[in-house]
Design a binder for this molecule. Structure first.
Ligand code: AMP
Ligand code: GLY
Length: 425
């Protein structure tokens, strides 16, 4: 079969890498892809938000299965448009993707279906938002309603910071219409985990657990990013905790969607804070996490393609996923300046050296090929990912691989996975 993967990040390179191992697949396209996907797939120069052009391409190339990586095409209704044209696309429909596309919708949904989440206020004017901050005090979290490329959530230690966040998002409209509404919520304390599951609207199959590292600097300092590294499994997520999360988060999620008349098919990603009071949902995403997908897919033994097909056809019941017992770690190499502005076009050296290290792979994110050379073209540039018997071994291997790669201004966290080590003897 012919598969089209939409997106250009580390997640999409990992998806292409995994799908390429399927005996069912004869050809993969990636739109727009990066220098890494180009080695395994044919890159097609169409942007992820150009749904009409993607549809035209998929029809002409007779694509059997389209896998959507990022949230933007889901929120734009790509899956709906493809279905109307008789094409199979993996991911939730537009109405369902609102769970990620609107934090207001998501908060109201969680409250309605009793999914544990932070206490919050919802605002459509700055005056009331400022007043609420004065009432409840700090620390407090200010969230833009709409999509803001992972930058629309500001964790504020002081009331002053929170007022400033309201001004930035709602008054100065730094994220455009995404700031027309705000969710302002209680700041939760605990350790975070990403619970990513497949669902066909009835059956839920959680993928291996994982943990992301959102902040740019070591010790979780500095601003939030798309994610600076991840590991799987997350030892924090014991079997008991996963059962609890399945019961109090994932099952009510699928039930709630059905109640709302939405047939939710695809990935449901719950960003969970494990607090003293139990797991609480920080956000839902309607797609695979990035970078989490990189270590997760490295651990997946099963063929991914039949699972994606089963989701689309509503046949997940009775299926199971096999996992490597080993752990996997991904260290993101980012461009200097990220998550702010950064330079592009710097040559990346040493990529070929990775072959020396068994069970390591470099998933490309912001890379492109210029005059035969791989150069930087985005904020998150590479995801250096490795398997090991334990998280400690996987970490050592990933950092050993990181040392083989160089580009100007390369920055990365030195403490990926550190939190997991306390669970390993
Ligand atoms: P979100 O996009 O909503 O997951 O937020 C991005 C990141 O902001 C999360 O991964 C957390 O690190 C942090 N965050 C979001 N909401 C809260 C909250 N209520 N309390 C503490 N931290 C939060
Ligand atoms: N790594 C966080 C996300 O994919 O949203």
């Amino acid at each position: 079969m012919k598969v089209l993967v939409i997106g250009s990040g580390g997640r999409e390179h990992a998806l292409v890498w995994k799908i390429a191992q399927s005996s069912k697949v004869e050809k993969i396209f990636c739109a727009p892809g990066n220098a890494g996907t180009a080695d395994l797939a044919e890159n097609i120069n169409i942007k992820v938000d150009d749904v009409a052009a993607l549809l035209k391409f998929a029809q002409e190339a007779k694509i059997d299965l389209t896998v959507v990586g990022p949230e933007v095409p889901l929120v734009l209704g790509l899956v709906d448009e493809f279905a109307k044209a008789g094409l199979r696309a993996f991911g939730p429909i537009k109405a369902a993707a609102a769970i990620e596309g609107s934090k207001v919708f998501s908060k109201k949904f969680m409250v309605k279906y009793d999914i544990p989440t932070a206490q919050a206020g919802i605002f459509d004017n700055a005056h009331d938002a400022h007043e609420y901050i004065e009432q409840v005090g700090s620390p407090i979290v200010v969230k833009a309603d709409g999509l803001a490329a992972g930058k629309g959530v500001i964790v504020c230690q002081t009331k002053g910071d929170a007022h400033e966040a309201v001004t930035q998002i709602m008054e100065k409209k730094e994220f455009g219409v995404a700031g027309d509404q705000l969710v302002i919520e209680e700041c939760l304390e605990g350790e975070e985990a990403s619970i990513i599951a497949l669902t066909d609207g009835e059956t839920i199959i959680p993928l291996a657990s994982s943990q992301d590292h959102k902040r740019i600097f070591d010790n979780d300092e500095g601003p939030n990013t798309g994610g600076m590294g991840a590991y799987s499994p997350a030892p924090l997520v014991t079997e008991t905790l996963l059962t609890e999360i399945t019961n109090v988060v994932l099952k009510p999620f699928v039930f709630g969607m059905k109640q709302e008349g939405i047939n939710y098919k695809g990935v449901v990603y719950a960003g969970v804070m494990v607090t003293k009071k139990g797991p609480m949902v920080l956000e839902f995403n309607a797609r695979f996490g990035d970078p989490e997908t990189q270590p997760i897919l490295m651990r997946m033994k099963s063929d991914l393609v039949p699972l994606l097909d089963a989701v689309i056809d509503g046949r997940l019941a009775g299926l199971a996923i096999d996992w490597h017992e080993k752990a996997a770690v991904c260290v993101v190499l980012a461009a200097k300046g990220y998550p702010g502005s950064y330079e592009k076009g710097d040559p990346i050296k040493g990529l070929e050296n990775i072959q020396q290290i068994a069970d390591a792979a470099v998933f490309h994110a912001g890379t492109s090929r210029q005059a035969g050379q791989v150069v930087t073209s985005g904020g998150r540039v590479l995801g250096v990912t490795a398997l090991g018997d334990t998280i400690k071994f996987a970490l050592d291997k990933a950092y050993q691989a990181v040392k083989l790669i160089k580009f100007k201004g390369m920055q990365y966290r030195r403490d990926i996975g550190k939190k997991a080590l306390k669970y390993e003897k």
